[in-house]
Ligand binder design. Structure first.
Ligand code: NAP
Length: 324
């Protein structure tokens, strides 16, 4: 593996030294912080590009246990943060731009210039849903545009919906949405699906799903909320508007793990590999949790669960090893 090098002008002689640094501030990061703080490890969370993670782009969260009446995503992440801070977790804004895991203490650079060092590192950088990149898609995010049917599907009862994508996620999202929608248009840019045969068959067998083949979404329509999508035929270039009450993007996720390339083992899609039933990566003392290492469940509650595991794994690792 080619290992990235740290910027030469960052002076590690002046680096802040911590027992545990947690990279990322979604449910996994804050839960790891809560447990590490309660274990007297005085963890520091580097909150990252989107403090609070993916949940800050959702509206109501109704499937997180304990919030019986539901909660707004940003509020929930504020609650997570407050709970971790209450036990002494430090929370810093900033982005970790470089890491060096060659020896302990591990070295990190925040915002290209601030040196930090830690005896253990917990990675909770999450994954980002991929979007088409349309201006109105971004503007209407959370107002009819969603990348998570499990999170938002139930808000779209009795309306027609559109899903874009041709992989297993798009099949799963479309099938899930038929529970609420009167009809689901599955829009795919080619004439063959990428999804597994079994998932394809379930879609073909579902009367509520209509597949629009060789079709691209070129715009999302609506003032305050989604009222439709503009489609373009990949064969003729012809455009037409399709009225729908919601638009689900299911074209894949990208784990936020590029920073660790050269240090940590990942699968073909970039998800960090951890030892079975643990959060240990291939480097002792570096732990990974949440969506950065899980492409299967990708739920806030499962991310929080693995965040707890990472803190316990880190605590046991540090108890067994003297501080570097
Ligand atoms: P994926 O397999 O990479 O599929 C992404 C789909 O989105 C492809 O059909 C692709 O089209 C389409 N796409 C990508 N960029 C696009 C764009 N700009 N415009 C329009 N369409 C675009 O991603 P995924 O479905 O999220 O699945 C990721 C992995 O998780 C896969 O290994 C999958 O098997 C697994 N997964 C499994 C399950 C399950 O088993 N229940 C559920 C979800 C995910 P093309 O086909 O033309 O490239």
């Amino acid at each position: 593996m080619t290992r990235p090098v740290l910027p030469a002008d960052v002076d590690f002689g002046a680096a802040e030294q911590h027992r545990v640094i947690i990279i990322g501030s979604g449910p996994a990061g804050y839960t790891a912080a809560l447990y590490a703080a309660r274990a007297n490890l005085s963890p520091v969370v580097i909150a990252g590009i989107e403090p609070g993670g993916q949940l800050t782009t959702t509206t109501d969260v109704e499937n997180y246990p304990g919030y019986a009446d539901g909660v707004m995503g940003p509020q929930m992440m504020e609650d997570f943060q407050r709970q971790a801070a209450r036990f002494g977790a430090g929370i810093r804004s900033g982005i970790v731009t470089h890491v060096d895991f060659s020896e302990r203490p591990f070295r990190l650079v925040v915002d290209e210039e601030v040196p930090m060092a830690a005896d253990a590192v917990i990675i909770a950088t999450g994954a980002s849903a991929r979007y088409l990149g349309l201006e109105n898609e971004k503007r209407l995010l959370g107002r009819g545009v969603s990348a998570c049917a499990t999170c938002d599907g139930a808000f779209f009862r009795g309306v027609e919906l559109a899903v874009v994508g041709g992989g297993d996620s798009a099949m799963e999202e479309s099938l899930f949405l038929t529970r609420f929608a009167t009809k689901v248009y599955l829009i795919h840019r080619r004439d063959a699906l990428r999804a597994s045969k079994i998932m394809q068959q379930r879609v073909f067998d579902n009367d509520k799903i209509e597949i629009l083949w060789n079709t691209m979404v070129v715009d999302v329509l609506g003032q305050d909320e989604v009222s439709g999508v503009r489609l373009r035929s990949a064969q003729t270039g012809e455009e037409r508007d399709l009225p729908v009450g919601g638009f689900f993007v299911a074209i894949g996720h990208t784990p936020n793990t590029a920073l660790f390339k050269g240090w940590l083992e990942s699968d073909a899609q970039g998800y960090l590999i951890t030892e079975p039933r643990s959060t240990h990566t291939n480097i002792p003392g570096v732990f990974a949790c949440g969506d950065a290492q899980d492409h299967v469940y990708r739920q806030a509650v499962t991310a929080a669960g693995t965040g707890c595991m990472a803190a316990i794994d880190a605590e046991r690792f540090l108890a067994a090893e003297p501080a570097a």
